[in-house]
Design a protein around this ligand. Structure first.
Ligand code: ADP
Length: 760
């Protein structure tokens, strides 16, 4: 029906009707309730739904008031239609409210539930507004009654009534079930009050507003009024029991049913009176089957001792907590639990039962078993490795140590576990510098497991003065900070090898010393023979003598080198540095090698483009390095080649860089990494013709190293090699690494007829 604009005033044409006051009263009461609920706060979802119930009732009440006060049937028709916006939503909102009250909110959150509850109401509203099926829109049929206007029911109004009653009855059923299930007195009283409140409009309203009009009986239509009485009763429940602000009973029921722990209430005869969902799930019982059972049915073990030891204290009013028990499931599976229980007492303090909570710890047990197995595996692994292993915390205290480490250090576990590592042992590097715990640990948060420290040939002196030599690696795991594990140290005992090495050095040194004296006299006599018999010998005899002299000289060189090596290895070589003019040192070397170079047809030059800074070197030893490098360059370069010494100052690094370049045969790349090691000689064709010892570069590196310098080589096979080394200028701050001991230049020059013919 469309009302012409000029007729709009008809809709607002009201006359006073005392029966409309009931509707006004309903609006008033619902508005007050709405205010009350809102002022209590709508924290719980049931409250939100209840405010919607009240709002629907208010809408309905307001339009019913206007309907009943209408002066004309047109106005009445309009307002009664508007009232549908209120009443059609009361049942779905109310059912939602009920679901929320009984703790089934999760159903409400489903879209399907919402569509099921609100969809039909919306459809009915649509049909009511647009057709004559639900509402009788025939103005002629609207008649005046004692309480207002009324028309006979529309043909399908019963559908709307049926839908409404269906939802209200559903609410009632849910509430009654909730009431029946609930153990708590207060909760039962609340629910009972609630049920009676709902019954009033369900029964009364359906009769007066639905059934009677359908059958053409005219009575006062009291639905709004009756529904408002329902609201009033609920309001009473709100004030009396704080029903919806927070309903402790609902909250408790929710907690009990959603908690993972098993909760069982049993009486003084040990008969189970209540078991929560977890109890049924974990133990495998169907709904309700646990109730009425004797508790011993679900507890494993000797019942009598259990009753005496665990359950008896409860009867004297004590609480027990954290007892380890095993429960038995329906499939006879034993479930480990921690069991706590406390007595239930009435107002007079008389005990009437026990409430118990059992937490399933089988997962924790499994985890614990896994961890124990892992730990045992780890301990066995650590014990079975031959290296010593220590774990330290971030304070440097020993957390754990394996037997090989204890044996190595000659400690008992109690001498070292829990002690500060810096206190129980002193670690020194090759140069005698002390290494502390702080050097072995990383304080940073690590991205991955990392080796923090790795050093060979360390000396450890224990608290009991035992000395061992080790190769040591300290690693940290990335979870170290969380678990308090600072460092895991593995030590490989090399004392035996070290001892062997020392014996070897001693032997070499002794043998070399013993060889030195006879060699000197052999060389002496040979040279006397060379001079005195020179004229009386045939050239062949002379060449024999020369060969004998050269070979003995080579032997002497080897002996000298061996002595140097043993000194280096024993740390007995000493550097006595003094300021030197490097150009002069280089010039002297050139001068001494010039005859050999000329002999071999090699051009030997010095190239110092700038004035060099004075250097701080041990002139003899560094002269040895130069002799080695220049000698090698001449040895491994053919006639017509060039050997050039170049030097320049690196002011930034406070060193003088010297290079010895030759245009000789070069060194294969594969040989470069081992070039400076003991006894290394480039094998194969290249070796032929040269009679070195393979020790020169090793000794050179040791000497340069002692000066705090570096030595390295660049070489290309067939094109030549360049050896570089640095020596400190007098401005350097680097300390020299030296230990006392005597040293003589090792290179031996072989002269023939006062001419230098070779150097070895
Ligand atoms: P050696 O007494 O045998 O010369 P070194 O330690 O001085 O011992 O040298 C080791 C080896 O390095 C030599 O045997 C040689 O094969 C190679 N070598 C050293 N210097 C040169 C060079 N300038 N050119 C080519 N090879 C060289």
């Amino acid at each position: 029906m469309v009302i012409p604009a000029s007729n709009l005033s008809v809709l607002f044409d009201f006359i006073f009707n005392p029966w409309a006051l009931f509707s006004v009263w309903a609006v008033g009461i619902n508005t007050i309730l709405l205010y009350l609920i809102l002022s209590k706060g709508i924290q719980v979802s049931a409250n939100r739904w209840f405010t919607l119930v009240l709002l629907s009732l208010i809408v309905w009440g307001v339009f019913e008031t206007l309907d009943r006060s209408s002066a004309t049937p047109i106005a009445s028709d309009f307002w009664s239609l508007a009232g549908m916006f209120g009443w059609i939503f009361v049942p779905p909102v109310f059912l939602s409210f009920t679901l929320s009250y009984i703790g089934k909110e999760q159903i409400l959150s489903r879209l399907s539930t919402q569509v099921t509850l609100f969809g039909p109401s919306l459809l009915l509203l649509f049909l009511g507004l647009t057709t004559d099926l639900i509402n009788n829109r025939n103005i002629q049929q609207i008649q005046r009654t004692f309480y207002g206007w009324e028309a006979p029911s529309a043909p399908y109004f019963w559908v709307a009534l049926g839908w409404i009653d269906l939802l209200l009855v559903a609410s009632l059923v849910l509430l009654i079930r909730h009431w029946a299930k609930s153990n708590d007195k207060i909760s039962r009283r609340q629910t009972a009050l609630f049920i009676s409140a709902v019954l009033i409009p369900v029964v009364g309203g359906s009769i007066t507003n639905g059934l009677l009009p359908i059958f053409g009986v005219q009575v006062y239509q009291a639905a709004v009024l009756l529904t408002s009485i329902m609201s009033l009763i609920i309001a009473y429940a709100i004030l009396k029991y704080k029903l919806f602000v927070i309903n402790p009973a609902t909250v408790a029921t929710n907690i009990v049913n959603t908690m993972n722990e098993i909760m069982i209430v049993f009486n003084l005869n040990y008969i189970i009176e209540f078991a929560n969902k977890a109890a049924k799930n974990v133990l495998g019982y169907d709904e309700e089957r646990l109730v009425g059972q004797h508790i011993k049915k679900i507890i494993s073990g000797d019942w009598e001792s259990l009753r005496g030891g665990v359950l008896k204290p409860l009867s004297s009013g004590q609480t027990i907590s954290g007892v380890d028990l095993e429960l038995v499931s329906t499939s006879d599976k034993k479930i480990p639990v921690t069991f706590s229980a406390s007595p239930l007492k009435d107002q007079n303090g008389n005990m009437y039962g026990v409430v118990s909570v059992a937490a399933d710890i089988s997962k924790i047990r499994d985890l614990f078993a896994d961890i124990t197995a892992e730990r045992n595996k780890l301990t066995t692994t650590i014990e079975s490795i031959v290296d010593g292993v220590l774990a330290l915390d971030f304070e440097g205290r020993v957390i754990t140590i394996n037997s090989p480490a204890l044996k190595m250090l000659d400690f008992g576990a109690k001498d070292i576990v829990g002690k500060d590592i810096d206190q129980v042992m002193k670690i020194f590097d090759k140069n005698g510098k002390r290494i502390f715990f702080k050097d072995l640990v990383s304080r940073r948060r690590l991205e991955k497991d990392t080796v923090v420290f790795r050093r060979e040939d360390l000396k450890i002196i224990t608290q009991h003065n035992k000395t061992i030599y080790v190769n040591l690696v300290s690693s940290a795991i990335k979870e170290g900070l969380e678990v308090g594990l600072g460092a895991i140290i593995t030590m490989n005992d090399i004392s035996g090898e070290k001892e062997l090495e020392e014996m070897k050095i001693d032997f070499v040194s002794m043998a070399a010393h013993e060889l030195r004296t006879p060699l000197t006299s052999i060389r002496g006599y040979l040279s006397v023979l060379q001079e005195e018999l020179a004229k009386s010998l045939s050239s062949e005899q002379q060449s024999f003598l020369d060969k004998a002299f050269i070979s003995s000289s080579q032997l002497a060189a080897l002996v000298e080198n061996l002595l140097s090596v043993s000194r280096i290895e024993r740390g007995a070589m000493k550097i006595e540095a003094s300021p030197q003019d490097w150009q002069v040192v280089l010039q002297e070397t050139i001068t001494s090698f010039l005859p050999l170079a000329q002999e071999k047809g090699i051009k030997l030059t010095l190239n110092c483009p700038e004035k060099l800074s004075p250097v701080s070197v041990d002139k003899f030893r560094i002269g040895e390095v130069l002799s080695n490098l220049v000698g090698n360059a001449l040895n491994y370069t053919d006639k017509g080649g060039v050997v050039e010494i170049t030097a320049r100052t690196d002011k930034k690094e406070h060193v003088v860089l010297t290079s010895v370049r030759d245009t000789g045969q070069g060194i294969p790349e594969s040989a470069l990494p081992r070039l400076f090691t003991k006894f290394f000689r480039v094998s194969g064709v290249l070796e032929q013709g040269s009679k070195g010892t393979g020790l020169g570069l090793y000794i050179s590196r040791a000497i340069v190293d002692m000066h705090g310098g570096k030595i390295w080589v660049e070489s290309e096979l067939g094109k030549g090699s360049t050896f570089f080394f640095t020596v400190p200028t007098t401005q350097t701050t680097k300390p020299l690494k030296s230990v006392p001991g005597a040293f003589k230049p090792k290179r031996i020059f072989i002269k023939k007829n006062n001419k230098l013919v070779a150097s070895v």
